[in-house]
Design a binder for this molecule. Structure first.
Ligand code: ATP
Length: 326
């Protein structure tokens, strides 16, 4: 039996995410019966494989639209991956702008709801409540509905709830850039505490200095592909050079580069990914990555012939019954 994987907090193999783009809702409905009839397929992620150890603070960088939030949404279970396998060995907490708050409930009710969902008892929640409210700095606004909050206030509430839940794996998506600088500093100190406690953290930020300060490893995602994953300094330096080169391009060159990448994301296939991996070596990770693609179940749809067979069967049953009784 292979026990080596147990040391990882997160193991991902060949993770892909396909978004099917439809011209309108009725086209989308049609696809339920006819399978994939999308006007366009878009692969936001094209086969990410990585292992994250306990205590790793992983920065995720990449230009706009490269797939960072899509990956975080898959890690936190908000959306499923299209193919590939993901193994998480701990509880997850997500700090993101507006993440998971019920806008019709008050701040206090949101705290209770989230804590109940984590399996806490009402007594435990009552004990933790004053600390969470104090950390959130919301004062009397805590009894107002969240829909009346500013983005900064929602970020404060979300951050306080999630960090007090003490997750094993913390996902931070740009949330630290929202709100006043006082709260930002307090939130950053809290993140430092988590790092000192050797929690595993995923940290998405466009602020490279922040990434350099907090992380020990960096994942660079470029138009859905893993460009690099490794030591912080090495990958941030590479990424910085790439961004400089991109900015040095003329508008026309940059547009051509981006539209080529987006085109590749539309014509990508899982068979392509399989071929690419087959060209690689035969080490354990490559074999797992190939196996993960094979576990792909395909798009869920009722094939037309099955739907028609069931329909004719039902009609025959009705006619037969009618004739018998007649
Ligand atoms: N629900 C969706 N339907 C269709 N396309 C989507 C959907 N969600 C994301 N995308 C597309 O997937 C790609 C990746 O988006 P994502 O938000 O993950 O990028 P990002 O790296 O987080 O970008 P940013 O830095 O701008 O926040 C984008 O091209 C986006 O348009």
């Amino acid at each position: 039996m292979d026990n080596t994987k147990k040391q990882y907090m997160v193991s991902a193999r060949s993770i892909t995410k396909n978004f099917q783009l439809y011209a309108n809702q009725s086209e989308k409905l049609k696809s339920t019966f006819l399978g994939n009839t999308a006007d366009a397929n878009f692969w936001a992620l094209r086969g990410l494989s990585f292992d994250v150890e306990p205590g790793d603070v992983v920065g995720i960088v990449g230009t706009n639209g490269s797939g960072k939030s899509t990956l975080l949404n898959i890690l936190s279970g908000v959306i499923p991956q299209t193919s590939g396998t993901l193994e998480l060995n701990g509880s997850i907490g997500v700090v993101a702008i507006n993440e998971g708050l019920n806008w019709d409930l008050t701040g206090r009710e949101n705290i209770r709801l989230k804590q109940l969902m984590m399996g806490k008892t009402n007594k435990e929640i009552d004990e933790a409540m004053p600390d969470i409210i104090e950390f959130s700095e919301l004062g009397e606004f805590i009894d107002q509905p969240v829909k009346d909050y500013s983005n900064g206030m929602r970020a404060k509430l979300g951050f306080s709830i999630v960090t007090h839940n003490d997750p094993d794996i913390l996902i931070v998506d740009e949330a630290l850039s929202v709100g006043d600088s006082n709260f930002s500093n307090k939130a950053l100190s809290k993140i430092r505490e988590f790092i000192a406690e050797k929690k595993t953290i995923f940290f998405v930020s466009h602020d490279l200095e922040q990434v350099r300060e907090f992380t020990n490893k960096v994942m660079w995602i470029q138009y859905g592909e893993m460009r690099d994953f490794g030591p912080m300094k090495q990958v941030t330096d590479e990424y910085e050079t790439f961004v400089k080169d991109l900015n040095a391009m003329s508008d026309e060159e940059r547009d051509t580069f981006v539209s080529n990448q987006k085109h590749n994301q539309q014509i990508f296939t899982l068979a392509q990914l399989q071929d690419k991996l087959s060209l690689n070596g035969h080490n354990k990770e490559d074999v797992e990555a190939r196996t993960a693609i094979r576990s792909f179940q395909g798009f869920k749809a009722i094939p037309l012939y099955t739907a028609l067979t069931v329909l004719f069967g039902l009609m025959a049953l009705v006619v037969y019954n009618y004739l018998l009784k007649g």
